[in-house]
Design a protein around this ligand. Structure first.
Ligand SMILES: [Zn+2]
Ligand SMILES: [Zn+2]
Ligand SMILES: [Zn+2]
Length: 337
């Protein structure tokens, strides 16, 4: 790949990212993040996600034994919105938006992370995601179901208890809408974008981080975040419910492998936003959609130095210094057990 500055096309979104490989030696004089090394207890009486504890607003978290799902007490979206539209001269455009926001506790243990859980326990989380996609996506007005996890205070997670969220929306959000358009355009030329992309990446090899029989995790060619990864099923699949038992075990296994590598990279519980992208649940078939998960970690070169999306990146386009190939190599060299 080019040794000088260049731009790369994100085939999934159609957007460009600038890569500046020559800049990685530049001295760092910016913000240094605090490392939170406090060992968490297995049960925290003050944690609203621990079994049996009271939540703000008066609800109580059940005495659960594996995973636990509940409607967010302070949901950003609610299902009971009266339909409304406004359009003033095509300039002030607004639409009411219905939705359901849920919290998924991955484990009753307050002190674990995905990577510290067993494959069997992560598999229970995967099965919960399957059930939620089927249930929420099955509602006639829900067109998109977003499964995600914000991990670490750096990513805005307010509670260290291992948990994620699910937001079901009336309309497609921006990111999946871009990906739908790109995958559709590729399908019209006769191929699946991510099946074809994975073939190219497996052939090239340099951006692969880890694989099992059913999934591959790689640093995408067009990665924006320093250690961003994309997790892909090796055989074409659209949504999680299409996966058989072995493939669902494969999801659990690849998530464990990848998050353990992340935690070893800088010796801290690696912060990230992670999310699954599954087909729209709009009632149409979506053969063009290839299931995948994104990991967007903010850390750049140590536990305390993060990447900021500011300045040119807000006003122009995203830019990175360390190349995706170097990032993949660093993740690949780490042990995962
Ligand atoms: Zn807890
Ligand atoms: Zn595919
Ligand atoms: Zn995506």
């Amino acid at each position: 790949m080019f040794a000088a500055s260049h731009r790369r096309l994100n085939r999934l979104t159609g957007e460009w990212v600038l890569v500046s490989p020559h800049r990685t030696t530049r001295p760092w004089q910016g913000q240094v993040e605090e490392i939170t090394t406090a060992q968490q207890p297995a049960y925290d009486p003050a944690c609203y996600l621990c079994p049996g504890n009271e939540r703000a607003g008066g609800a109580r978290t059940a005495q659960y034994g594996s995973t636990y799902v509940f409607d967010n007490d302070f949901a950003a979206l609610t299902p009971d919105v009266v339909p409304e539209e406004d359009d003033r001269k095509g300039l002030l455009v607004a639409q009411s938006e219905r939705g359901i926001c849920r919290v998924v506790c991955f484990s009753p243990r307050h002190d674990l992370t995905l990577g510290q859980m067993s494959v069997e326990a992560i598999r229970t989380v995967v099965d919960t995601w399957v059930d939620q996609y089927v249930e929420l996506g099955g509602l006639d007005w829900v067109r998109h179901v977003q499964v995600f996890e914000n991990r670490g205070a750096m990513m805005g997670a307010s509670n260290p208890h291992p948990h994620g969220q699910i937001w079901a929306n009336e309309r497609m959000p921006n990111e999946p809408a871009k990906e739908l358009a790109q995958q559709r355009a590729r399908a019209e030329t006769g191929g699946c974008l991510l099946c074809d992309y994975l073939d190219v990446e497996l052939d090239a090899g340099g951006r692969i981080v880890t694989s099992n029989d059913h999934f591959t995790a790689l640093v995408p060619f067009w990665a924006v975040w320093p250690f961003e990864t994309l997790v892909l099923p090796r055989a074409h699949a659209g949504a999680l419910p299409e996966l058989d038992t072995d493939q669902r075990d494969g999801v659990a296994d690849i998530l464990r492998r990848l998050t353990r590598r992340y935690d070893r990279l800088f010796g801290v519980t690696f912060p990230y936003s992670m999310g699954l992208h599954q087909p729209p649940t709009d009632g149409d078939a979506h053969p063009e959609w290839h299931l995948h998960a994104h990991f967007y970690p903010p850390l750049l070169r140590s536990a305390t130095v993060r990447k900021f999306m500011v300045g040119y990146e807000l006003l122009g386009q995203p830019q990175r210094d360390i190349t995706p190939e170097t990032a993949a190599q660093r993740l690949r060299e780490l042990p995962e057990d």
